[in-house]
Every structure is written in structure tokens, then in C-alpha cells.
Ligand binder design. Structure first.
Ligand code: HEM
Ligand code: CU
Length: 615
């Protein structure tokens, strides 16, 4: 019950981790099924050895959609929740209630999407849902699950982003100026800004798809005057910024782990900040590089190609700053540091193939081949997942108050890292040798058999790495208790106990510069200087309303999806056909909103005596 009603950012962070971790495993199992199917070519009798084409399309679609929206996004949000308020010396996020609402809408959206496995109507349109494939003519209820599931989950992301913008602007501790904020907070800030502008585009696009499908609108239906390419534009105006939404906090985490374990301050702090802002801005200027082959014409292709290559400049600045940070440092190769250092060359490889893809005439060759699959997994797995794992090993003690085992950590690292390159490096060549993306089988003896076999073996190495991580997590429950500052850290989160008390800081800290905690340690102090006398702390009350608001949307989602559906039972037909389900679902949400507005909830206080008792 506690978990359903919590508005504490640390607990919400753990909820995001649990749900995102669960979906990561679901998406990972889907990836293994994809790789198993592609391990062998088509048999002599023309039969696929494992999956049929339809099932393959469903698994591939759900793999991509799950990994992006239900695994990577929530894991990033989990990290932001766990770390940002502590790093800026705040007691919580600006809107704790909204924070909980964001989590539950994401969660119910994800559940809705995955219920499609049980109704047998799984989305089969790729994670990009291109029109007209996603329209009524060519796809079934699965596309409704896609559009409505992502719509609900997207609300969660949008409110979460707004919440973090306000938190970082308003809740910083005394002395924590913008240019003293740790890099992870900076990247979370800019990511939240990108969310603010990118997610509405997705929301609008999904509404168009839903209207086309459920209410016979004509946004993307060419026959009645719609425009199918319009969807591609809308999708990528959201979709390209989306990849930066994911990668920027990953950059931020790397920028915290490297200085800590190289025992040097981050090289080029201000250039890192400006490079992040520049990437955030440019991320909106390049969407059409996904559409070079659509027929936009040479001028548009050239402009979008050049704009894309520009992003390599701020990104290069970051890479060199990371290298100079560890240069000459006193490096400690903890598990977190292994992941962080291995991230640099891996991510650079993904960046280099990105610049190759940005050359329009070259992209005519690479497009829709395995070269693209290799490219984006180098960025997504080699970039985002490696740095998320670095971040998990780094901040785990702060989140859970227990240490992860370093030996198991190193095993998991090598299994995952070797497995990753084994899986995806060879896919560059598969692409150059002509293997198309999104095919469920291929003829033997085209020179692709061995490479596909190798790629699948690599995927199983990665799976083994993930299993070792899970074992590590399970045994850490009984593992050694974490000290407040296990890594001799530089930023504020390490100045308070692990796990931190519900109010985070008994007294708000006074920040005197960048790497605030490190500065105090250099002055021979063990704690931050407080910026306020000890006083009662105001806390928000827990609430079940966010859970029910999201549940209402979830029910309404089914109501809309099945309003035109023919059920066996007349009773159910009537419920859905007359919009009773849809209206009841929305009613639940609105009643909760009403309750929230009319009941004044002033929260409660933790009194000074209590704070003193806790020491
Ligand atoms: C961890 C091991 C992973 C393996 C072995 C793997 C494997 C694959 C394969 C083989 C495909 C191509 C399917 C096809 O084109 O027919 C694919 C597609 C895709 N993967 Fe992964 N993947 C992994 C992790 C991830 C992660 C972590 C993400 C994102 C966070 C991700 C995002 C995607 C996306 C967006 C697609 C495109 C789906 C589509 O074409 O609609 N993958 N994956
Ligand atoms: Cu892009």
C-alpha cells in the first residue's frame, strides 16, 4: 500500500527502476527470440525453423517499442528521481503528487500495451508505426494498442519532464547556482526541456492515428485526401529528439562516474554544459535524416544531412573532455568505472556510423539494412545501456543502502561487453552485404549464415551478463551495508546517509562551488555547512489518487479501442458500443481530479525533536 500511495521521489525512483527493469527483461527476451529466429536461414523446404512472419513482426515491434518507451525511458526517469533532488540539495521534487501521477500513467500505459499479448492482437507495425501500415486498411487492433498505450504512457513522460524542469529551476539549495550544478543534473534539465517540446508532437500524432482508426478521420489516408508522409514527419520530429532525451542523462552519468574514479575534477565543465545545450537545440533540426529516401529532394536532404553532421561537434567536445578527465588520473577500475570507460569507444563507434548515415547518397545504400540496426544499437545499447549500468553500480548504494558485489559486477561487465560487440559489430557487415532490416528469414548461402549465427551467440552472452546482474541484485539484499560515501564522491548526494532519510537533508546545505561536497572535504570538514537552523520539516502526504487517475485512463483506453468491436456477448457489446466503458474510465479520472482540487491537503511536519532523535 505504501508503494501505491508514495509521493517520495526516492521511492518513485525505485518504482521506476522496478518497472523499467521488468520491461527491460521482457524486451530482452523478445530480442533473444528475434535472434534465435535469425540464427539459421530458411530451411530447404522453404520453411522457417522457429517463428512465422506475423509472429516475428509482432515480437520485433514489441521489442523496439518496449525497449524505448517502457525500459530506457523509465530507467532514465528512475535515475533522475533517485539522484537529481539529492544533487541539488532539495527535499523532494517540486510537485511530488505529479511525480507519482507520472509514474502511474507510464506504468498503466505499458501494461495496456503488453495486454495485447493476451488478447492475441499484438502491434505488428514496427516501433515507428508508419502510415498507411498503421491505418485501418492494413492493420488490426494491435495498432490501437500501440497508439493508446503510448498515448497514456506519454502523459507520464510529459508531466515528469515538466516536474524536473521546475524542480531544477526552483528547488536548488542556497548557493547552488546553475553553473555549480553537477553534470547529471544539467543533462536531466536539458532532457526535460526536450521532453517538453518533443512529446506533444508524439501525442498529437498518436491522436491522429487513433482518430483515423476509431473515428474514420483522414489524416494519413491518402485515398481520402490525407497524407501518409505527414506521419513520418510527426513521428521523427518527436523521434529524433527522443534519442537525445535518452542519451543526454546517460552522458551526465558518465560525467559523474569518470571524475569520481579518476580522482580528478571533470575537464571542461562549462564546455560540457554548453555542448549539452547545443545538442538539445540541434536535436530538433535533424528529424528528416530518417527520411532521405522518401523523396524530399536534394536540397532538403543536403540541409538535413549537414545539420546532422553538426551534432558531431558538441558530441566530440564531450568525448575529448571525458578523455582529458581520465588522462593522468589515479584511476580505480570499479565496475561502474569499467562500464563508464568502455562506454567511450563504444559510443564513438555508434557516432561514427551515424555520421556515415547522415550522408544522403550513402544512406540510399544503408537505409533499412542491418547497418542501421548495428548503428542504433551501438548508440542505444553501447551508449545508453552501458552508461545506465555504470550509473546503477554507482548510485545503487545511495538508493538501497547496500553494496553490490564487485566480483560479480566485473563478470557481468565482461559478459555483457563482449556479448554486445559480438552481437552488433558483425551486423554492420551484414548490412553492407545486403541483409535488409525487419525480415523474419533469409535464403541460405548468401554469405549471411555465419554472421547471423555469431550475432545470436553474442546475444546469449549479453543475456548471461544480465542474469549475473540479477543475481548480484538479489544477493545484495543481504549484502554489506553501504556507508554514506562509499566512493569518496564529489557531489551533495554523498554527504547524507545511504539510503537517505525521507526528508533527505536535515538542514539544507550551503553550496560554495562546483563539486560542493568535495570542496568541504578538501577543507578538512566531514559534512556540509548547513544553510539554515534546525527546524520542523514540511512533508507532502501520500495519496492514492494518482494511481486511480491512471487506472481510469487505462479503462477508458480499452473503452475506446473496443467501441466498434463485435463481441460474442450482447451485454459486452453494449457496454463498449455505447461508450459506457470509455465514459466510466474517464469519469474515474475526472472524479479523482475533482477530489484533488477540492480537498486542501497541507501535508504534515517532522518536528525538531524527532529529527534530533534520529541523530
Ligand atoms: C540487449 C540486447 C538486444 C538485442 C540482441 C537486440 C536485437 C535486435 C534486433 C536483431 C533487431 C532487428 C529486428 C529486425 O530488424 O528485424 C532489433 C530492433 C530494434 N531494437 Fe534491439 N536489441 C537489443 C537491445 C535493444 C535496446 C536496449 C533497445 C532500446 C533501448 C533496442 C531498440 C531496438 C529498436 C528501436 C529496434 C527497431 C525495431 C523496429 O524495427 O521497429 N534494442 N533489436
Ligand atoms: Cu535521428
Amino acid at each position: 500500500m505504501d508503494w501505491l500511495t508514495t509521493v517520495d521521489h526516492k521511492k518513485i525512483g525505485i518504482l521506476y527502476f522496478a518497472a523499467g527493469g521488468f520491461f527491460f527483461i521482457v524486451g530482452g527476451i523478445e530480442a533473444l527470440l528475434i535472434r534465435l529466429q535469425l540464427m539459421f536461414p530458411m530451411g530447404a523446404n522453404g520453411e522457417s525453423w522457429f517463428l512465422d512472419g506475423q509472429t516475428y513482426n509482432e515480437i520485433m515491434t514489441m521489442h523496439g517499442t518496449t525497449m524505448i518507451f517502457l525500459a530506457a525511458m523509465p530507467l532514465i526517469f528512475g535515475l533522475m528521481n533517485a539522484v537529481v533532488p539529492l544533487q541539488i540539495g532539495a527535499r523532494d521534487v517540486a510537485f511530488p503528487f505529479l511525480n507519482s501521477l507520472g509514474f502511474w500513467t507510464f506504468f498503466f500505459g505499458g501494461v495496456l500495451l503488453n495486454i495485447s499479448w493476451f488478447t492475441g492482437t499484438v502491434p505488428d507495425i514496427g516501433w515507428t508505426a508508419y502510415a498507411p501500415l498503421s491505418g485501418e486498411e492494413f492493420s488490426g487492433t494491435g495498432s490501437d494498442y500501440y497508439a493508446i498505450g503510448l498515448q497514456i504512457a506519454g502523459i507520464g513522460t510529459l508531466v515528469g519532464g515538466i516536474n524536473f524542469l521546475v524542480t531544477i529551476i526552483n528547488m536548488r539549495a542556497p548557493g547552488m547556482t546553475f553553473m555549480r550544478m553537477p553534470l547529471f543534473t544539467w543533462t536531466s534539465f536539458i532532457t526535460s526541456g526536450i521532453i517538453l517540446f518533443a512529446f506533444p508532437a508524439l501525442a498529437v500524432g498518436l491522436i491522429y492515428i487513433s482518430f483515423d482508426r476509431l473515428f474514420d478521420a483522414n489524416f494519413f489516408v491518402t485515398a481520402t485526401g490525407g497524407n501518409a508522409v505527414l506521419w513520418e514527419h510527426i513521428f521523427w520530429i518527436f523521434g529524433h529528439p527522443e534519442v537525445y532525451i535518452l542519451i543526454l542523462p546517460a552522458f551526465g552519468a558518465i560525467s559523474e562516474v569518470l571524475p569520481t574514479f579518476a580522482r580528478k575534477r571533470l575537464f571542461g565543465y562549462s564546455s560540457m554544459v554548453f555542448a549539452t545545450a547545443l545538442i538539445g537545440f540541434l536535436s530538433f533540426m535533424v528529424w528528416a535524416h530518417h527520411m532521405f529516401t522518401v523523396g524530399m529532394g536534394d536540397i532538403a536532404n543536403a540541409l538535413f544531412g549537414v545539420a546532422t553532421m553538426l551534432i558531431a561537434i558538441p558530441t566530440g567536445i564531450k568525448v575529448f573532455n571525458w578523455l582529458f578527465t581520465i588522462w593522468g588520473g589515479n584511476i580505480q577500475f570499479t565496475t561502474a568505472m569499467l562500464y563508464a570507460t568502455s562506454f567511450i569507444p563504444t559510443f564513438v563507434m555508434g557516432g561514427v556510423t551515424g555520421v556515415m548515415l547522415a550522408i544522403p547518397p550513402a544512406d540510399f545504400q544503408f537505409h533499412d539494412s542491418y547497418f542501421v540496426v548495428a548503428h542504433f544499437h551501438y548508440v542505444i545499447v553501447g551508449g545508453i545501456v552501458l552508461s545506465l549500468l555504470a550509473a546503477v553500480y554507482y548510485w545503487w548504494p545511495k538508493m538501497f543502502g547496500r553494496m553490490l558485489n564487485e566480483t560479480l559486477g566485473k563478470w557481468s561487465f565482461w559478459l555483457f561487453f563482449i556479448g554486445f560487440h559480438l552481437t552488433f559489430f558483425i551486423q554492420h557487415f551484414l548490412g553492407l552485404w545486403g541483409m535488409p532490416r525487419r525480415v523474419f528469414t533469409y535464403l541460405p548461402n548468401q554469405g549471411w549464415d555465419t554472421a547471423n549465427f555469431v550475432s545470436t551467440i553474442g546475444a546469449f552472452f549479453m543475456a548471461a551478463g544480465v542474469i549475473v546482474i540479477l543475481i548480484n541484485v538479489i544477493i545484495s539484499i543481504k549484502g554489506p551495508k553501504a556507508p554514506a560515501d562509499p566512493w569518496d564522491g564529489r557531489t551533495l548526494e554523498w554527504s547524507i546517509p545511504s539510503p537517505s532519510p525521507e526528508y533527505n537533508f536535515k538542514q539544507l546545505p550551503l553550496v560554495r562551488g562546483l563539486d560542493a561536497f568535495w570542496l568541504e572535504k578538501m577543507d578538512g570538514k566531514k559534512e556540509m555547512t548547513p544553510a539554515e537552523p534546525l527546524g520542523p520539516i514540511h512533508m507532502p502526504s501520500p495519496s492514492i489518487l494518482p494511481f486511480f487517475m491512471s487506472l481510469g485512463l487505462f479503462i477508458a483506453g480499452f473503452g475506446f479501442m473496443y467501441r466498434g468491436y463485435e463481441f460474442e456477448s450482447m451485454f459486452i457489446n453494449n457496454l463498449f458500443g455505447n461508450n459506457i466503458i470509455a465514459i466510466s474510465g474517464l469519469a474515474i479520472t475526472f472524479v479523482c481530479m475533482f477530489l484533488r482540487s477540492v480537498y486542501d491537503d497541507h501535508g504534515y511536519h517532522i518536528e525538531v525533536e524527532e529529527l534530533q532523535k534520529e541523530g
